[in-house]
Ligand binder design. Structure first.
Ligand code: SAH
Ligand code: SF4
Ligand code: F3S
Length: 470
């Protein structure tokens, strides 16, 4: 067998032959740490478990199989996994039949050393092994402790994911990351970029539409770098080997009313992509484009491949075509060597752009990344100070951005009930603001999940809105 990334995946044939009828059954529990990519992987693994007879457990502490889908983006995320694992290991000492699985990015990073640290673990599997879960479990059933962390060609997703939402679905379009940001573990745990074929992305969206899904978010670590590895693969692969072309291609899918994509890297965010978003009615006016810092020197040492000017230009171009578009970002403070002046430039960027939302973090040194070895680490106390100050600025700006919605009529896709008040629906504006509103109109007309409704916004907060149905 061959494939466009030249991975040797002949082992798959052997796997097919060796596959035993899996007779494991019982209840499962998955806890997901980390980003949307991990959430999408968890949904596929839940689908696999259900296809071989598992049912969801009433709680983590009653489950026969516990799977942690882990994240290692910062040290705090990694440490959280160990404390969860400690509890399960203890449970397993009195209940040896429990199957304990560590999947995701910590699994990939730590591999065999996880087994040394927590010998109760049955299976350690990296993110590229997601679709092999049932085969790996059959090996566990044979009494083995299994480590599956080899880099592999990601199998086309043929499983039926068990999705958390019945309205909004994640669709992976590109796995992995080819960048080398000096602070980041992702390339080493997620491997190199692998784009899915446009035909299969479209087919997945068509299936989602028939199942009642109304919104799709196309996912990739750098989703706007989609398709670079596709040229020459298939006629459709050649024609649709950019995110822009893919958007035009999947826009035809009937029944899907909203399309989003995340995360965008400023380096690949083109004028043509912006034009496509403004031309295509289903593509929502929300862009998540991490800037990481507002200082050119810091961006350079981060190896981000753009400067602050380029970032401003992207924002200007988006806003000149889509004046109401919302823009969100990720920002790191206290990167090694970041001076107070450089940090002030980040605040200035936040002030000037007026983000609708920002995921902020203090720099955390990660294994096998260049920046973790630099001698100029920023003091912990300064890290905390900078992060707190940035967070309050982000909240202030988000509140300012929320003001534009007051008394406006917004199209909301109903996603579910407000978890804190079952008399209210929960949904989002096209621009991605979370919005709550009473489930019934004064005229008694009723709506349900997946409906697009018009809501008049009556109350605003920094990151959410409340309104009434029209
Ligand atoms: N591919 C995306 C982001 C993926 S990781 C991009 O390049 O924009 C998600 C976010 O985690 C990053 O945007 C960054 O802000 C944060 N992050 C990554 N490594 C980090 C580290 N070592 N310390 C603190 N934050 C980090
Ligand atoms: Fe990490 Fe940079 Fe890749 Fe984003 S682009 S996942 S920050 S290495
Ligand atoms: Fe975390 Fe892995 Fe995502 S490290 S942020 S779960 S790619």
């Amino acid at each position: 067998m061959s494939n466009h990334l030249n991975f040797d995946y002949s082992y798959l044939e052997a796997e097919e032959k060796a596959k035993v009828a899996i007779s494991l059954s019982g209840t499962y529990w998955i806890t997901t740490f980390g980003c949307q990519m991990n959430k999408a992987d968890s949904e596929r693994m839940a689908g696999i478990l259900e296809s071989i007879g598992y049912q969801i457990a009433p709680s983590e502490h009653e489950a026969d199989l516990v799977l942690y889908n882990t994240c290692t983006i910062r040290d705090s995320a990694e440490q959280k996994v160990y404390s969860y694992l400690g509890r399960q290991a203890q449970r397993k000492r009195t209940n040896p039949h429990i199957i304990l699985i560590v999947a995701g990015c910590v699994a990939q990073q730590e591999g065999a050393s996880l087994l040394r640290r927590v010998p109760e673990i049955d299976l350690v599997m990296g993110p590229q092994q997601t679709n092999r879960l049932s085969y790996l479990l059959s090996q566990v059933e044979n009494g083995q402790q299994v480590i599956a962390t080899e880099e592999s060609y990601i199998l086309e997703d043929i499983t039926n994911a068990r999705r958390e939402s019945s309205v909004c679905g994640w669709v992976n379009v590109v796995y992995g990351c080819n960048e080398r940001c000096t602070y980041c573990v992702v390339p080493s745990v997620r491997g190199k970029e692998q784009s899915r074929l446009p035909e299969s992305i479209k087919m997945e969206m068509e299936i989602l539409a028939t199942q009642g899904f109304r919104e799709v978010t196309l996912l990739g670590q750098n989703v706007d770098a989609y398709g670079r590895d596709l040229a020459g693969i298939s006629p459709e692969g050649r024609r649709h080997n950019t995110l822009t072309a893919l958007l035009y291609f999947v826009h035809e899918v009937k029944g899907i009313n909203r399309i989003r994509f995340a995360t965008s890297h400023p380096r690949y965010f083109t004028e043509r992509l912006i034009e496509a978003c403004s031309n295509l009615s289903k593509v929502c006016e929300h862009f998540h484009i991490p800037c990481q810092s507002g200082d050119d020197e810091v961006l350079k040492t981060m190896a981000r491949g753009y400067n602050v000017d380029r970032y401003y230009r992207i924002v200007d171009r988006i806003r000149s075509r889509m004046p109401d578009a919302s823009i969100s970002a990720d920002i790191i403070v206290a990167f090694p060597g970041e001076t107070d002046t450089q940090y002030q430039r980040t605040l200035e960027l936040v002030e000037k752009v007026g983000f609708d939302q920002v995921n902020t973090a203090a720099y955390s040194p990660r294994p096998n990344t260049p920046a973790s070895n630099w001698s100029i680490q920023v003091d912990e106390r300064i890290k905390v100070e900078r992060l707190q100050q940035l967070n309050s600025l982000v909240e202030k700006k988000a509140f300012e951005r929320s003001k534009r919605y007051l008394n406006r009529i917004e199209e909301i896709l109903i996603e579910g009930l407000n978890p804190k008040d079952s008399n209210q629906f929960m949904g989002r504006t096209r621009s991605n603001r979370l919005t709550f509103f009473p489930t019934h109109t004064s005229k008694g007309k009723s709506y349900t999940y997946g409906d697009l409704v018009m809501v008049k916004i009556k109350e605003i907060r920094a990151f959410s809105l409340t309104g009434t149905l029209l």
